[in-house]
Ligand binder design. Structure first.
Ligand code: 5GP
Ligand code: SF4
Ligand code: MG
Length: 465
């Protein structure tokens, strides 16, 4: 998901629309906004589908007056996956004794099922199937005197990943879990302030990047400025490595590093680790493109667009039903036959999850007359599901959970298949010494099975670490 908030600007809703549009790659199922205006009070709109289809007309934006607002773009990783109901669309809103508050959340709470059960037993009435709603009910139960105090208390009971943007009548609040698994940045916009999942959304509204919200930090922003607190103990950064590989936009800056440059460097590392003689390096667009550029540069093998993407399709994995995803490959990608014919082709992709995309692409490339097909993958084998806000299928559906590299090569029926090593990936994100197995610098659980937060709900359901 993507979160965005502004304070101290005229027509906050227009800025929210722009910001959320720039974060659309983080969630395409639905979008929502809440604003506050002295006369109109809290106003909200929640819609299924793209930001550009729902939040660009004045007719809608005029219903969202105010100089303060937050917004959210959703894809389902909790609740009823893949069948977003409008009641699951954020931001969520609650009325407390000291006034209203709205909350938008990116990430996934790993103890939400337990929290929900306890809350329901004590009388909470849930409106949605989302883990995020627990935060509102925990806030309602808190005795805290202010909304930020209540939020702090609520979030101390939450486990897992949360980058949160919230608001009261007068305050914009930002918070990251103690490990900082998901991103959140602060920007300056004239006299106002912006919170955003990624820096690419600061660019679109013309805001200046100030800094990242730190792991375990809570900021409360008012007309007086930014107040910072560190309410959670045991802070140490375990940022999501997969944000660098795939999830974030290449024009964003994460941890002071250009995502594009990191991805290009992954390609360089891959070319060093797994060279192969060939005639052409092709990205699987768009996610494989920077790595393919790096691979081509390092290997000296020419780069070419052997696969053309239809720009009007969404990301494959964000359309959650399996059937749609299978169709998606062909609707989305086509082979550039004239370029491929007779060539030994290296295909560079970001990840192999179920293997369905790679298989289809291989068939398309061979049909077009390629002499050989070699896959080079910009992440290590995805062998474990993510419980922190990226939608991966159950463990059994992950190809790498039950196949070795050679078995996957045979399954995909390609001439060679190589994944970047975990150390190679760490080097590409700027950790020269590679991964520290005692104290990994990032979350890499989907590759290593080393989960920085115990996924309590899943273990209760029988998941084995
Ligand atoms: P596959 O067909 O192997 O499941 O999908 C691999 C490709 O689709 C990758 O290029 C990746 O961009 C995207 N992808 C598809 N499904 C998922 C998913 O569930 N999680 C992630 N992380 N990426 C996916
Ligand atoms: Fe990111 Fe993978 Fe960790 Fe999930 S498990 S937060 S996708 S690195
Ligand atoms: Mg891809």
């Amino acid at each position: 998901c993507g979160v965005f908030g502004v304070i101290g600007v005229a027509d906050a809703a227009s800025f929210l629309a722009l910001g959320l549009h720039a974060l659309q790659h983080r969630g395409q199922e639905a979008a929502g906004m809440v604003t506050h205006d002295a006369e109109a009070g809290f106003c909200s709109a929640r819609r299924m589908g793209y930001v550009r289809d729902n939040f660009t007309s004045r007719k809608v934006l005029d219903t969202l007056p105010g100089t303060l607002g937050i917004g959210h773009v959703r894809y389902s990783t909790s609740g009823h996956k893949g069948q977003t109901a409008i009641r699951d669309v954020q931001p969520f809103f609650g009325e407390f004794s000291m006034g209203g508050a709205a909350v938008a959340h990116n990430g996934n709470l790993t103890n939400a099922a337990t929290l929900r059960r306890e809350l329901i037993e004590r009388g909470s009435i849930f409106q949605s199937s989302s883990d995020t709603e627990c935060i509102i009910h925990l806030m309602a139960r808190s005795m805290g005197r202010s909304i930020p105090d209540r939020m702090e208390e609520a979030l101390r009971k939450c486990e897992g990943a949360f980058s949160i943007v919230a608001m009261t009548r007068t305050k914009l609040i930002g918070c990251r879990d103690a490990l900082g698994v998901r991103p959140l940045v602060l920007g300056r916009l004239g006299d106002g302030w912006v919170l955003s999942s990624e820096t690419c959304a600061l660019d679109i509204v013309g805001a200046e990047f100030v800094r990242e919200i730190e792991p375990g930090e809570m900021v409360v922003i008012t007309g007086q400025g930014v107040e910072s607190n560190f309410p959670f103990k045991n802070r140490s950064s375990r940022f999501c490595l997969f944000e660098h590989v795939y999830f974030s936009r290449p024009d964003s800056i994460l941890g002071g590093r250009s995502v594009y440059e990191t991805r290009r460097q992954i390609g360089v590392e891959l070319a060093r680790e797994a060279p192969v003689e060939a005639d052409l390096v092709c990205p699987v667009p768009d996610s494989g493109t920077p790595a393919a550029i790096g691979f081509s540069h390092e290997s000296g093998i020419p780069y070419g667009m052997g696969i053309i993407r239809n720009q009007y399709m969404g990301r494959t994995f964000i359309e959650p039903s399996e059937q749609i995803r299978n169709m998606g490959v062909r609707l989305k990608l086509n082979v550039n036959r004239a370029l491929i014919r007779g060539k030994r082709v290296i295909l560079v992709d970001d990840s192999v999850v179920r293997g369905t995309t790679s298989r289809k692409i291989k068939e398309m490339i061979l049909d077009a007359g390629a002499a050989e097909v070699h896959f080079r993958i910009a992440s290590p084998p995805t062998a474990w599901p993510c419980f922190y806000g990226v939608d991966t299928p159950e463990r059994e559906k992950l190809l790498a959970s039950h196949m070795s590299e050679e078995e996957m090569r045979r399954h995909l029926d390609v001439d060679s298949l190589k994944f970047i090593t975990l150390d190679g990936l760490y080097r590409a994100v700027g950790v020269a010494e590679g991964r520290d197995p005692q104290k990994p610098q990032y979350c890499d659980a989907c590759f290593s099975g080393d989960y920085p937060v115990v996924p309590a709900d899943m273990i209760e359901k029988g998941f084995q670490l």
